[in-house]
Design a protein around this ligand. Structure first.
Ligand SMILES: C[S@@+](CC[C@H](N)C(=O)[O-])C[C@H]1O[C@@H](n2cnc3c(N)ncnc32)[C@H](O)[C@@H]1O
Length: 311
């Protein structure tokens, strides 16, 4: 993935991380609190003049959603629902005794700052490509005056660096209960890179360690099957120099995870996300999340107890 490259069109988000943050920021302005995106800090991470600026103002945020829905149908509701789900699983794991949270490919994710009060006794590490991390650090300095001390930053290129070595140098312990959050990243990586990350996660010694990540169906990557929003999503990813590269064949999540000695505790597809997070108080829905992706919470085979649908 061309992490360092940025679109030259000023009307586009400069990166997919910024695009995602802008839609979370817009979602945080939803009137109905049941579907409102919990990322009330996202708008602070936006800056400069491009289409994402629309999310920063109370009169223009609906225009951003309209534009995003036209360009990549299903992305807005998907991102709002994903944000709710990540918060829910993180808080559940914290109650169960979590000791470390590692955000892999953190981008402009604000979880570590929004939920800082809950994370006081936990080691929090943000891992990202060096160029994305430099951007994040300068935004954090602008927002908070300095980089918040409760978060450690580890610069890693998943395709070239040894993730385990870099994290160990930052004090990460493979024996401590850890939640890895890997959102919006796996689909942009080469298969060998995804394999290396998942194998390393599953080699952790703690029975409470798990990974929450999203992925797309392999059929959506190669276009051999159509899903809601997939065609436009592929085109948009390619236009941002971030083409989709890796996916799991439909219906083979557990078979794929078993290669890494991982097992899905729960898998959340479009309909699950809608039912859990996107139904307004009046019964209408915020929208239909795109159908080419899903979110999985997985743990090492020896420990997982299925609680969701196994597909
Ligand atoms: C779409 S953004 C997602 C950001 C964030 N996790 C979120 O959900 O909003 C993709 C992130 O993956 C990171 N990334 C992509 N390729 C990477 C690589 N080879 N090594 C490290 N990070 C990478 C980018 O730097 C970026 O922060």
């Amino acid at each position: 993935m061309a992490v360092g490259e940025r679109s030259r069109n000023p009307l586009r988000a400069r990166s997919s991380a910024e695009g995602a943050a802008s839609l979370r920021a817009a979602g945080a302005r939803e009137r109905d609190p049941t579907v409102r995106c919990p990322d009330g800090l996202a708008r602070e991470f936006l800056g400069g003049f491009n289409v994402t600026s629309l999310a920063r103002h109370r009169f223009t945020w609906p225009l951003l959603i309209r534009a995003a829905t036209r360009r990549a149908p299903g992305t807005y509701p998907y991102l709002v629902a994903r944000c709710h789900l990540i918060d829910e699983i993180l808080l559940t794991e914290l109650r169960a005794g979590l000791q470390q949270v590692v955000l892999l490919g953190a981008g402009l994710d604000s979880t570590a700052y929004r939920l800082a009060d809950h994370l006081r006794d936990v080691r929090v590490i943000e891992v990202d490509h060096p160029s994305s991390q430099a951007t994040k650090l300068s935004k954090l300095r602008r927002i908070f005056g300095s980089v918040p001390e409760h978060v450690e930053f580890v610069a890693v290129d998943f395709g070239h660096d040894d993730l385990g070595e870099r994290l160990a140098a930052a004090g990460h312990k493979t024996s401590a209960a850890t939640l890895f959050i890997w959102s919006g990243v796996s689909m942009y990586l080469a298969e060998s890179t995804v394999v290396a990350v998942l194998q390393w996660v599953s080699s952790h010694e703690s029975s409470r360690t798990s990974i929450l990540f999203d992925a797309v169906w392999a059929e959506a990557v190669d276009g051999s099957r159509e899903y809601f929003g997939a065609h436009q999503g592929r085109r948009r990813a390619a236009a941002m120099d971030e083409p989709l590269r890796w996916g799991i064949p439909e219906g083979r999540v557990n078979e794929t995870l078993a290669r890494f000695e991982l097992r899905a505790e729960a898998i959340y597809e479009s309909a699950d996300l809608t039912a859990r997070y996107l139904v307004r108080q009046d019964g209408s829905t915020l929208g239909q999340p795109y159908g080419s992706g899903f979110i999985v919470h997985a743990r090492s085979v020896a420990e997982a107890e299925p609680e969701g649908r196994a597909i």
